[in-house]
Design a protein around this ligand. Sequence first.
Ligand code: ADP
Length: 367
Amino acid sequence: MAQITLDKVSKIYKGNVKAVDSVNLGIENKEFMVLVGPSGCGKSTTLRMIAGLEEVSEGTIHIGDRLINSVPAKSRDLAMVFQNYALYPHMSVYENMAFGLKLRKYPKHEIQRRINEATEILGIKKLIQRKPKELSGGERQRVALGRAIVRKPMAFLFDEPLSNLDAKMRVQMRTEIHKLRLRLQTTFIYVTHDQTEALTLGDRICVMRDGKIQQCADPMTIYDKPANKFVASFIGSPPINLMDGKIIKKDRKYYFQEGKFQVKLVEEMYNVIAPYEGKEVTFGIRAEDIYDKLFASEAPPENTIKAACEVVEPLGSEVYLYLNSGKNSFIARVGAHNRPEVNKDMDLVFDMSKVHFFDRDTEKTII
Ligand code: ADP
């Protein structure tokens, strides 16, 4: 059972740097948990404490019922895969993969059997005699994965394993990690700063900032129901459009207003937004929830905004429009058939059932 539980775990480095701040996290057996956040938010430190490569300053870590705070890394039955592969340069692929098993005194035929199986899964059978310097980045990372697989650990810990690969290889390896996960049916904890990797790989995503967990939930909840402004803006590409303004009430209807920019809230939101009448809030709308009026002619006029289209960016299957409505800029992600004229005003429809509002002081989600 590789259920891993962190209870009020903190890491304080020399000089009183609180890299991880009272983290509570339960990772289920066979779960794929992604720790994501900007550089320096404490995700690697969290992973390294689980691995036993960093001491825990405060709190406890359990694997199953076993308290592991003072169990050495090699006795935790966890295998780590690093961004820089950490292969031994003077050893062949075979020797690199065999090394950990030899140390643990596995019989030769068992080592052979496990390496055969792993190289088969990873498609690196032909490379077995090569040295790391004779391999591409993607191949090296496969060897590093192989070295972890042969150990048959209770859980895999991945620290930015794809960050050194080029964009195409990153996408390919991401799919392979996905397949590997389905095949191995083990617990994975995966650290990345890349929100796409987090969304595509995780059963659950734990978003971190300044050593603290901001939200931990399945990818769709993180995307559709972010807990605060930070999560909303970190997850999603292009990033969510944010705008500061005021909630006003006219004729029993609530509007969000910023200068000339005004949109009407849907009635389902009235109860929750009522206490914010007359107050400043942050308004958020994702790029895919803004439409060209030409293709949304039924939309109510109170959700229609005039804006100048400054840049049209065709991406094949879709188009990004970079828009400006006076003081505010925003991005719309529209269908490939949209080709508005640049530097001309156009009408845009905001899908008000999809928008978010955030408290200006706490940055927590109101809606
Ligand atoms: P992430 O993996 O999210 O980029 P890290 O866990 O590596 O972040 O680092 C979190 C914070 O701890 C950063 O501010 C970093 O500078 C600091 N830190 C990391 N390692 C050490 C160390 N060995 N000594 C002092 N501070 C460290």
